[in-house]
Design a protein around this ligand. Sequence first.
Ligand code: PRX
Length: 647
Amino acid sequence: MAKQPKTEYPPSAEYLKRAHIDSYEKYKKAYDRSIKDPEGFWGELADELDWYSKGWDKVFHWDKKECRFTWFKGGKLNVSYNCLDRHVKNGLKNTAALIFEADEPDQSRTYTYAQLLYEVQRFANVLKSKGVKRGDRVAVYLPMIPELAICLLACARIGAIHSVVFSGFSTDSLYNRVVDCGARVLVTSDGGFRGGRHIDIKGKVNEMLERETDVETVIVVKRTGTDIVMEEDRDVWWDDEMAKASPVCPCEEMDAEDTLFLLYTSGSTGKPKGVVHTQAGYLLGAMLTFRHAFDYRPGDIYWCTADIGWITGHSYILYGPLAEGATTLMFEGVPNYPDNGRMWEIVEKWKVDVFYTAPTAIRMMRKTGDEWILKHDLTSLKVLGSVGEPIDPDVWRWYYEVVGGGRCPISDTYWQTETGSHIILPLPGAYPQKPGSAMKPFFGIEPTLINEDGSPTKTGEQGRLVLKKPWPSCARTVWNDHQMYRQTYWEVYPGYYFTGDGARMDEDGDIWITGRVDDVISVAGHRIGAAEVEAALISHKSVAEAAVVPIPDEIKGEAIYTFVTLKQGFEESEELVKELITHVRKEVGPIATPKTIQVVDELPKTRSGKIVRRILRKIAGGGDGKDLDTSALVDPNVIGALVKGRK
Ligand code: PRX
């Protein structure tokens, strides 16, 4: 008989030596207090940050009706001070803050805390010289190079609000984000390197700036040395400006509730939301979860493979690790360049202790073959992390056994752009882990599962994941659209924060995330709004209607399946399908590339004309259409043709 796989993985005695919380009882005691006495709990933890003044009246204030809340309002601090200056003062000046591992293996660079502070102060002065003041937005469109980290910390230092746009996004996506936040300064580069290839960046910026925006100054990092067009009076080189800048820049004293950054994310509507995070609550959340998720210990080398263009990079390459005084590794390249062993070569080279990546990457590594891993000495690894998508138990076990050598716990961290930091995750030393479960809530998080109608689910039943109250790092609003924030997060199930995810809770109270229940598709862990792809398709001259749904994908978790109807005068052809795919890539970016486009005569619709995506999802996923509830449809006969034409 086949052996049943193990379902529980306790931390080893060796691991417990590094664990900050080494028993379930300790976790439970702290957790219970965080729920019963949040103000006392977080009020004490606020001492983990350095403040100019702790002048808050109330640790937490919540105006439920307006969906507005504050943490530590009236307290004054600076995030860049907390990430840099205090460590330089406290004996870490010669400790590596940032290790940059370039696309080419022989071009790494390390910045100590003192060096990083030096660069950050200089760039803060560059921003000031361009007229950037407290509260101004700075758009950032940079590849994974150290200047990206320097730029964000410089913004934080002078109280400017950064808004990073992932460098893989298209011109149009960049344009929408830059215009929405009204940035007058944009920081970018001539290009980037990925897998030995040049990636165009400045060309896309130039194209974007042909349209009307508020951008007056573009600061350009020279990364590739490619020939690019620089616009006189608008574009300046990073190096030229840095050469003129003083290395002393005092920190702005920011209120705990001032905005630190915006980060746009996709939701159910066609318009990405500028999620707003503030100073103190965000930083405290990122720092503490970083410490606990990975049991970070001084001297560890920590590597998160995300891009700083996403929230994972903000919280767990930059702010969390640096607030903690950690050494964080930043990687410019890709896992298969110069060969499939690159990730492991990096782990071996830097003796990485903590490795944090996404299930898509883990599935790819598994497919590439164990031999690439076994070639390298990975014994420095102590703990592993997973983020961004559900990790299936099989893949979890492979990660545990082959990458972690059977000794490293895996922190399956569940959270979102809006939550700012991890909200459900296993504390690796506190209790045994179950492969595929994100396990238990972090301090201050009260998860509940409810049915679509708001009633509670039974143990083990799939429901919608909601959270009972705001926690310090929760997003405060959506830029310029508080109404959207209220409607999306706090008013779907009044009194609760709605995550948009489905989950179930088992008999031990452990949580298993099952994925989005709204029209958000997760391709390789990247959130893509179905509505955004639909809007891109409809903007093509040939498309009358479009409906976009997820289908399961072996490597990327989900892929994009698209149904379109064509306008009169257009006919289906291979060329047209190719053109539509190129069009989506141009409008949204390569991450939104549809895997399949099915041209249909009609879409399934309700009497009021609403497209029934639930049905399309089943058909795209391979259903034969026989078990579908078609009672809501005007014309149930459309189903047959949809099934027949499936690609
Ligand atoms: O669906 C959940 C999934 O990623 C979504 C959040 O995406 P984003 O805001 O881009 O942030 C990604 C990095 C945190 C969630 O709504 N998700 C994130 N982490 C997990 C996850 N799904 C399952 N397990 C996770 N550990």
